[in-house]
Ligand binder design. Structure first.
Ligand code: PSU
Ligand code: MN
Length: 303
């Protein structure tokens, strides 16, 4: 779908025209998920990793009301250091476009723009999900609804226990979203390699994952697929330390009454402070690991 609101960079447009593998990347992780300058460094390294593995990166974001697939290095830097860039999920897109604002895209809105552009796979760190206490707050990320309806496969490192992992999996099951574990039977918990919850299927090769994704859409089964890729062992965190830190962050958020779209960024930044930056290092490494896997799957999908 080409209109004057969706803009593809020249490189991304050409790659898609020539049927080359392209991997989408989000920008909320840049503007709201990590501090400057690590956010920009990470975003640029992710693009390099994707290129080194035979695919073209398309970092997605909103600048001056335009939905862009393929932000330039300068634009990524701008997204990383500018204060007050809006966090944009599905509901926010029309406002940001009409008011010609800048926006960082979440998993949900990145999927939407990727699909508009014709990009089929997307690498990120963690998805949003069902928050702890959602049975009273109803705080369930729009990312889950997007996975139910938009045809983009998402590679992530599982979900972190700022969320209720069990309820998140139940929600995905209800919505018909397949959750694959890459070389694991357990749902990874972002900072650590496993949790007490099983994925739907363990798959050991990028080729098999690519086949599953292609067949889903060949059959016209709408919606995404979630590929859960555990953080590399050497960067995984001590379970007790991370669980305690998450507990502390969740309690503080409750005390301060932080809710809505501010909650996830608040928790991430609190956890980073409490772990003295250790969580940030793990976060960066798991994103690299996901970019690598997404590039491999993208290459296989196009064979
Ligand atoms: N989890 C992370 N880092 C992030 C996010 C989640 O570890 O940056 C971001 C993603 O952009 C995700 C969004 O789509 O938070 C979910 O926000 P919410 O829970 O408000 O839907
Ligand atoms: Mn929410």
């Amino acid at each position: 779908m080409m209109n004057n609101i969706v803009k593809l960079s020249k490189e991304v447009k050409e790659a898609l025209r020539e049927n080359k593998p392209v991997v989408a990347l989000e920008s909320t992780i840049i503007s709201h998920g990590m501090p400057y300058p690590q956010n920009v460094e990470t975003a640029l390294n992710v693009e390099r990793i994707i290129r080194e593995n035979g695919a073209i990166p398309a970092t997605i974001g909103i600048i001056n009301g335009k939905l862009i697939a393929g932000l330039t290095e300068e634009e990524i830097d701008y997204m990383g250091k500018t204060k007050g860039i809006l966090k944009v999920s599905r509901r926010d897109i029309p406002y940001v476009c009409a008011m010609k604002k800048d926006g960082a895209t979440t998993v949900a809105s990145t999927m939407i723009i990727a699909e508009m552009a014709g990009i089929k796979i997307f690498a990120t760190g963690g998805i949003g999900g069902v928050h702890r206490g959602a049975e009273t707050t109803m705080d369930i990320s729009a990312d889950l609804e997007e996975l139910a309806q938009t045809n983009v496969a998402v590679v992530c490192a599982g979900a972190k226990s700022i969320l209720d992992l069990g309820l998140t999996l139940e929600y995905l099951e209800t919505k018909g979203v397949l959750v694959l574990g890459y070389q694991t039977n357990k749902l990874p918990a972002f900072y650590t390699r496993s949790s007490e919850f099983d994925v739907d299927y363990r798959i050991d090769s990028p080729k098999e994952i690519a086949d599953i994704i292609n067949i889903k859409w060949d059959l016209n089964l709408k919606g995404g697929i979630l590929i859960a890729n555990p953080i590399p062992k050497e960067y995984s965190m001590d379970e007790e330390l991370i669980n305690k830190s998450i507990e502390q962050a969740v309690n503080e958020a409750n005390q301060k009454g932080i809710k809505g779209k501010a909650l996830t960024p608040f928790l991430l930044s609190k956890i980073k402070d409490v772990t003295e930056g250790k969580s940030l290092e793990s976060n960066i490494q798991l994103v690299y690991n996901n970019a690598l896997l997404a590039a491999k799957i993208a290459v296989e999908m196009n064979r």
